[in-house]
Ligand binder design. Structure first.
Ligand code: GCO
Length: 261
């Protein structure tokens, strides 16, 4: 038996039209899963589905806003009825606003919390209802370095991602008895669209991250593949409420002076 085989499983991945969501969805598809891709931009969705299909992955798209509970509920009901049970949910959709707290408006702060923290609750709640009946399911919440660390300008994001870590533990606490494993992945610093503004050549943050990461580089989205498959598969059936940090070692160390190699 292959513990990591996902053949015949259906995986709903939010925000999977690009970035880390897309990389994790592709990994699950390579392990055999049928992808249910959520996004909110029709053009991005079209391009994403073309890319998934070109690679031979089985993927269907669902355009809905993860912060709209009615839309979430309806889309999940449609998927369950017309496509089959959702075996795996990855709560990946998220945004960041880099604004110092003193300058941040309350509506901006709330928007980040709504998308990065409230939406994973909303989507999980509606998917878990079906998983509870089946006594089987995998939920993965995409956390962050900012679930553990602070950084100038990302206060709202850090508050949401710190909250998501605790929401993960609480979901695990309430749902483990239904054979639903809820865990998190905490990506370190990855080369994606979201980090593009702080990765540009000559940006001090670029050197800072490379120096701060024991592995000495930014993560490639494909670095998440193994952990995403592990937490989606039978290999993790007694793993509950863990956040696995895939960070090249950042959280293991205090870092080192800029000129030390
Ligand atoms: C930043 C980054 C981070 C991340 C990431 C780290 O500005 O510090 O964008 O917040 O994107 O989640 O794990």
């Amino acid at each position: 038996m292959n513990l990591f085989d996902l053949s015949g499983k259906r995986a709903l991945v939010t925000g999977a039209t690009h970035g880390l969501g897309m990389a994790m969805a592709q990994a699950l598809a390579r392990a055999g899963a049928h992808l249910l891709i959520n996004g909110h931009n029709p053009d991005k969705m079209k391009r994403a589905l073309d890319a998934y299909n070109k690679n031979g992955y089985k993927a269907d798209g669902f355009l809905f806003d993860v912060t709209d509970e009615k839309a979430v509920e309806q889309n999940i009901a449609t998927i369950e009825k017309e496509f089959g049970p959702i075996d795996i949910l990855i709560n990946n959709a998220g945004i960041i606003k880099r604004v110092p707290l003193l300058d941040m408006s309350v509506p901006d702060f709330k928007e980040v919390i709504d998308i990065d923290l409230v939406a994973p609750f909303t989507v999980s709640k509606h998917v878990a209802r079906y998983m509870v009946q089946r006594k089987a399911g995998k939920i993965i919440n995409i956390c962050s370095m900012m679930s553990e660390l602070g950084r100038n300008t990302v206060g709202a994001y850090a508050a949401a991602k710190g909250g998501l870590k605790m929401l993960t533990r609480n979901m695990a606490t309430e749902w483990a008895k239904y054979n639903i494993q809820v865990n998190g992945i905490g990506p370190g610093y990855f080369a994606t669209e979201q980090t593009a503004p702080i990765r540009v050549d000559g940006h001090p943050f670029n050197d800072f991250i490379i120096n701060r990461t024991p592995a000495g580089r930014w993560g490639n989205p494909s670095d998440l593949a193994g952990t995403a498959i592990f937490l989606s598969s039978a290999a993790s059936d007694f793993v509950n409420g863990q956040i696995i940090f895939v960070d090249g070692g950042i959280l293991a160390t205090i870092g080192k002076p800029a000129n030390e190699h």
